[in-house]
Design a protein around this ligand. Structure first.
Ligand SMILES: Nc1nc2c(ncn2[C@@H]2O[C@H](COP(=O)(O)OP(=O)(O)OP(=O)(O)O)[C@@H](O)[C@H]2O)c(=O)[nH]1
Ligand SMILES: [K+]
Ligand SMILES: [Mg+2]
Length: 517
């Protein structure tokens, strides 16, 4: 029933994609769906539910033959929306679809659906809760295998179950607290009821906090992992981007400072969605356009989940050979330069030595020594999400340097590649894929489902806030305000799944406590 007490309109829409296709599915939902089925299928009675029948599909008034198609009847409540539903599977030609729209619109009380109206009805009829609706939306938009798995799990109710169970447990807590407020003096109420309620609330709060501290893995998987390619000019950053996405997305040239703006490319790496960013080569420069490019590159470095730092292997080896013992600190310093400082052009103490070293198209670790204090700030845990790529291995001309090279340093992976020959690329992509997988939560089907949306994070943070207030009021002995904080928690929880009702609380009180029996 709608606000004026009338049954809602019967709605229809094309449920398969637009454009010419073999089969198109038109879905009808509402009280007149059965009528539409019998008229357009030329049937005297409704067919067996959920069994496809092949019929001539006709116009309800003129009886003109539109197409031959399958018709499926889904009587309420066993349908997607919970209402009577019909699916017409007809051929997907534009003229057929226009005729179908005309025919369905000719049936009284039937109209075209608005965007999302089927799903909205499914929600209103309790077929899906809000997290499941969101999961369905994500499933339709999923572009990679991992996104599909996460969305499917959410649509199937994994998050819903988790959030609903928290909510139900808090409802039990509030039932106890309210019983204590109302009947605390009576002997029917056990002594420790309040204490137990408080400790249960604390437990739930801890669980929510653990769920919130998931390193945003579910949101990352939903929105894509951000990977930034960083390094000095001409080391082959753009070449690397092009190799990974297998198209010439970024301009490559022998001129240092070719890339200025950030070049983004969305790619699927091992089933996970990734947003790759190629950036301007990092160097001190007076060119204002390039300077802005460097500023953007550093900014992107800070926002990225994974930093791929590219260096020229020849200059790396040259430098490393002379200071093998300092490799860790030198690399760290270089990364500090890349990821942490505000703007390398700000460093006032650039000496002539810096400039001469920059003309050496390679790693410029020593060149930054004089600003090491401000630059060496990268937190070591961030190194887990840094890959050092030693590019241009083809220029080593068969020299076996693998023996000399560290495979990792301070937890950071080191890969040697050649963007020119493709050598080492597969191994590098594997290392990258592994990091991305971990960032997205690894095994998607194990453990609790991930938090996937900022909306959930916001509401759950509110829940934690109210539960903290509850503990405080409880300790002060203010049961009334404590109960109020629980009620606010329940309201926020209700917003998560779309169920908000104070009736629930009453139900539990009367079900769990046989007061005055
Ligand atoms: N021999 C060899 N040359 C390479 C390799 N990768 C890139 N180059 C060359 O190195 C030069 C610079 O490549 P880019 O990809 O433009 O380098 P970049 O780091 O994006 O440069 P900027 O955008 O100027 O910072 C080009 O001439 C490439 O052809 C490689 O693996 N081997
Ligand atoms: K270049
Ligand atoms: Mg470039």
């Amino acid at each position: 029933m709608n606000s004026v007490g009338m049954p809602p309109d019967t709605i229809f829409s094309l449920s398969s994609g637009h454009g010419k296709c073999g089969v198109a599915v038109i879905r009808v939902s509402g009280a007149s769906a059965g009528n539409a089925l019998m008229k357009m299928g030329n049937l005297r009675q409704l067919p067996t539910p959920r069994v496809a029948v092949l019929r001539k599909v006709i116009h309800p008034d003129s009886a003109e033959h539109i197409d031959n198609g399958l018709i499926i009847w889904f009587p309420a409540p066993n349908s997607f929306t919970g209402e009577d539903c019909v699916e017409f599977h007809v051929h997907g030609g534009p003229a057929i679809l226009v005729s179908m729209v005309t025919a369905l619109s000719a049936i009284p009380g039937v109209r075209q659906a608005e965007a999302g109206e089927f799903t909205k009805r499914a929600f209103m009829n309790g077929k899906l809760d809000l997290t499941e609706v969101e999961g369905l939306g994500d499933l339709i938009h999923a572009e990679t295998e991992a996104q599909r798995k996460q969305a499917l799990r959410q649509m199937d109710g994994a998050l819903s179950q988790l959030y609903t169970s928290w909510r139900q447990r808090i409802i039990k807590v509030i039932a106890d607290v309210e019983a204590h407020i109302d009947f605390g003096e009576d002997e029917l109420i056990e002594d420790h009821i309040l204490e137990s309620a408080a400790s249960r609330a604390e437990e739930i709060q801890k669980e929510i906090q653990i769920h919130l501290q998931d390193n945003r893995q579910g949101e990352r998987l939903r929105n894509g992992v951000h990977v930034a390619i960083l390094g000095e000019p001409n080391v082959g950053k753009s070449s690397l981007l092009n190799s990974i996405c297998q198209r010439p997305a970024a301009i490559v040239s022998h001129i240092p400072g070719t890339t200025r703006d950030i070049v983004e490319s969305a790619v699927n790496i091992g089933g996970f969605p990734v947003l790759l960013s190629d950036t301007a080569g990092l160097r001190d420069t007076v060119d204002i356009v390039e300077k802005e490019g460097v500023r953007r590159a550093l900014n992107r470095a800070r926002l990225s989940d994974v930093k791929v730092v590219v260096v020229d292997v020849q200059s790396f080896l040259r430098h490393w050979k002379t200071s093998a013992n300092n490799i860790d600190s030198d690399v760290k310093q270089h990364l500090g330069y890349i990821g942490i400082i505000e703007d390398p052009t700000e460093s006032s103490n650039v000496n002539e030595n810096d400039v001469s070293m920059e003309t050496d198209s390679g790693i410029n670790m020593t060149g930054h020594t004089n600003t090491a204090i401000s630059r060496e700030k990268i937190p070591s845990e961030d190194l887990q999400n840094v890959i050092l790529v030693l590019n241009k291995s083809d220029l080593l001309e068969g020299r076996d340097v693998n023996m000399d090279l560290p495979h990792s340093c301070k937890g950071m992976d080191v890969c040697m590649v050649s963007c020119k020959t493709g050598q080492g690329m597969e191994a590098f992509v594997q290392v990258l894929a592994e990091k991305i997988k971990i960032l997205c939560g690894g095994n998607l089907l194990a453990g609790n489902p991930s938090l996937t949306q900022a909306r959930h994070r916001l509401l759950l943070n509110n829940c934690v806030h109210h539960l903290t207030r509850f503990s405080q009021y409880y300790r002060f002995g203010d049961e009334v305000l404590a109960a109020e904080s629980l009620r606010k928690t329940i309201r926020e929880m209700g917003k998560l799944t779309g169920k908000i009702s104070t009736e629930d609380i009453l139900d539990v009180i009367f079900k769990d406590f046989c007061i005055g029996k």
